[in-house]
Design a protein around this ligand. Structure first.
Ligand code: PHB
Length: 390
């Protein structure tokens, strides 16, 4: 009698267990997308959210039989808020993947939590080289500043630019841009008489630009994060720097496609190095831009949007590889080594570094069909992050 009850109980437990496995299978796959939706970096949030939603609209919300749920949270680009929001997403929502991260300090704030909870963290925006080394669960689909800065340091001296003052935002990506531009440019025989740094919060470029005018280098090399480029360009023009014979060069963040068309003629002729231009002439990009604009009242996608779009692809493909099961380590394994055609061109997620390998283009701002665009005129193929030590 007792034995029979035991058997019955065992059978019931087994049934329950199988049931719960089936339930877990059918539970949605949750992507916690943490973005700056308000505050100084809000354009980054708007671009990445729009790109993620476009990816889902184009590819469906079911992957290998598993429903995908996107949970968007605003971190206002304040790292303490990023940390709190990530904690909620991991503990309460039990998200399968964390993604987004508009600025470097936000990504770094959450990296230890990704390690501890074994949650893949897909960096779609932040671009300081060292972020991928902050946790073995970080995978990046944005870019790195050293990739872009080194390309410019090679181009400039071959094009009559012998002295350069650098002006960067004073935090991770700016310091990477300054360091990698300066050392490579000097190695190439160039001179850097001054390196200037402006604060991330509420920067006033005027006194720095005045200093550059006084030094009168051949060019000013600029890195400012997405969203701040228009202010630099405006003040550069107002001070007549271009008329004084000082060229503006930089990484493509300064001629950000989100703002470029409203910058006015002062932007014409500005040469930058970057991984993405909305004007990139491939069929894949033309389709991406057309569908993005159609879904977003004509908004032009920028490099942040592409980081978000490709990040969604990396997550979808990894989930497919696990047959819809997911699991932190299995997803991470599925993300490493992916190769695909992005709107930016060919992309490879290096399995060793978990960082993005892609083309870096040299581009010049030109007017095309009445609009300002970053028009590509040269390419460095399959550029790995030069900032990686191993
Ligand atoms: C960053 O904080 O890592 C960052 C933000 C905006 C950029 C580039 C890098 O345009």
């Amino acid at each position: 009698m007792q034995k029979r009850t035991l058997l019955k109980t065992a059978a019931a437990v087994a049934m329950l267990a199988t049931g719960s496995v089936a339930l877990a299978q059918s539970a949605p796959f949750k992507i916690g997308l943490i973005l700056p939706m308000t505050g100084q970096q809000a354009t980054t949030g708007r671009q990445i959210e729009a790109a993620a939603r476009l990816w889902i609209a184009q590819n469906g919300d079911t992957v290998a039989g598993r429903k995908v749920q996107l949970i968007v949270k605003d971190d206002t680009s304040v790292p303490d808020v990023t940390r709190r929001v990530a904690q909620e997403l991991i503990v309460n929502e039990k998200v399968d993947v964390l993604a987004g991260f508009g600025i470097t300090p936000s990504a770094l704030a959450v990296a230890p939590m990704a390690t501890q909870s074994k949650t893949p963290l897909v960096v779609m925006a932040a671009a300081t080289s060292s972020i991928t080394e902050a946790s073995p669960y970080v995978v990046r689909t944005s870019f790195t500043l050293p990739q872009a800065a080194v390309a410019m340091a090679d181009w400039a001296p071959k094009n009559g630019i012998k002295t350069v003052v650098t002006l960067v935002t004073d935090y991770g990506p700016g310091l990477d841009a300054e360091k990698f531009f300066k050392s490579r440019f000097e190695f190439n025989g160039g001179k850097v008489p001054e390196t200037l740094r402006v604060p991330l919060r509420n920067p006033d470029f005027a006194p720095f630009l005045q200093k550059v005018r006084d030094i009168k280098p051949d060019a000013l090399f600029v890195f400012v994060p997405s969203g701040a480029g228009a202010a630099v360009m405006k003040q550069f023009g107002e001070r007549g720097m271009d008329k004084a014979g000082i060229k503006l060069i930089g990484t493509g963040d300064v001629t950000d496609d989100d703002q470029l068309n409203d910058m006015g003629d002062v932007a014409l002729g500005v040469v930058t190095s970057h991984h993405y231009s909305a004007y990139h002439p491939s069929p894949a990009n033309k389709k991406f831009v057309a569908e993005f604009q159609k879904a977003n009242k004509g908004l032009r996608p920028n490099f942040m949007a592409v980081g978000g779009y490709d990040g969604m692809r990396v997550i979808y493909e990894a989930l497919k590889k696990t047959g819809g099961k997911g699991g932190g380590d299995a997803l991470l394994a599925g993300m490493k080594g992916q190769i695909f055609e992005s709107p930016r061109g060919p992309v490879f997620i290096d399995a060793q570094t978990r960082d993005v390998v892609h083309n870096i283009y040299l581009r010049k701002v030109e007017k095309k069909d009445g609009q300002l665009h970053n028009v590509e005129f040269d390419v460095l193929k399959d550029v790995k992050d030069p900032g990686k030590t191993k």
